[in-house]
Design a protein around this ligand. Structure first.
Ligand code: TPP
Ligand code: SF4
Length: 277
């Protein structure tokens, strides 16, 4: 335990930025732990990491962790991360966003960053809601769920982040949860070692704004919900269509080796310089 605490202190701005804002039991803290463990396991130096986060509860991560950090404008984390990666292609540029940040206000940037296949590691913390601002519907709120802006049940169909990232051209696309922590660490580590646009959707339902009105009233109910409903892809594929419709597959959904944008850009510059650059 002491070792874990020491490790975490090495990576956090623990003397300045705490106490944190996460509600007790919120999965966002688990994602932060997974990110720290993954960076540590891969021996990536803190100075070689740029962490860009959007706005929202998830966005607070950039404030807490002692990398090079930007707490960006809502929905624009990917634009800032794109600039950093193009200027410093050797850096590990990690982007942390909520589902609102990534798929609602930032949805257009998300599909185009995937299309460009720029070398970013993107963690989308999908809590099905706008957590920080009081629990309004987001683009991933399941149909018929109750939220502050859908008091009679949401009418719209949610985006499937994995399908969208895969269709738009991302090199690596995975989904994990804050209940399946060892799997999550593995997925985040794989994403960090992949070139090109790599996305891990992380299911981390907001029990405060979403769960209380829907399927889980407490953090424990939320973790039990994830335990029951999130199924490894290999098992998911063997389920009957009726059961599969009620479950969410987790694991790796796309693995490609397309050249990242920054490499194609470097190659173009080399050609324009007559092969001398
Ligand atoms: C341009 C702009 N519009 C709206 C807001 C208000 N706002 C702050 S956080 C947020 C929602 C965040 O939701 P999400 O990205 O899903 O993150 P979560 O808080 O759920 O982790 C909104 C709408 C803002 N900060 N800036
Ligand atoms: S409001 Fe929801 S997402 Fe935000 S810290 Fe609380 S539980 Fe987590």
């Amino acid at each position: 335990m002491a070792e874990v605490t020491q490790l975490i202190h090495h990576y956090l701005r623990h003397d300045k930025k705490f106490p944190h804002v996460f509600c007790p039991g919120c999965g966002h803290g688990i994602v932060l732990g997974s990110l720290i463990r993954s960076v540590h396991a891969l021996s990536i130096a803190k100075d070689d990491v740029a962490l860009v986060a959007g706005i929202g509860c998830s966005g607070r991560m950039a404030v807490y962790v002692d990398f090079n950090t930007v707490h960006a404008v809502h929905g624009r984390a990917l634009t800032i991360a794109t600039g950093i990666k193009m200027a410093r292609p050797g850096m590990h540029v990690i982007v942390v966003m909520g589902d609102g940040d990534a798929l609602s206000i930032g949805g257009n940037h998300f599909i185009h960053a995937a299309r460009r296949n720029i070398g970013l590691t993107v963690l989308v913390l999908n809590n099905f809601i706008y957590g920080m601002t009081g629990g309004q519907c987001s683009s991933t709120t399941p149909t018929e769920s109750w939220t502050t802006t859908s008091p009679y049940g949401a009418l719209e169909k949610p985006f499937d982040i994995v399908n969208m990232a895969t269709a738009a051209g991302a090199n690596f696309v995975a989904r994990g949860t804050v209940f399946h922590v060892k799997t999550l660490d593995r997925l985040v580590q794989q994403a960090l070692t992949r070139r090109g646009f790599n996305v891990v959707e992380i299911l981390t339902p907001c029990h405060t704004q979403f769960g209380r009105k829907n399927a889980f009233k407490t953090p424990v109910d939320m973790y039990m919900w994830l335990k029951k409903n999130a199924v490894p892809l290999e098992s998911y594929e063997k389920l009957s269509p009726e059961t599969a419709a009620k479950r969410i597959p987790i694991g790796i959904f796309a693995e490609r080796d397309e050249l990242p944008l920054e490499d194609r850009h470097a190659e173009m510059r080399r050609k324009l310089a007559g092969g001398k650059a």
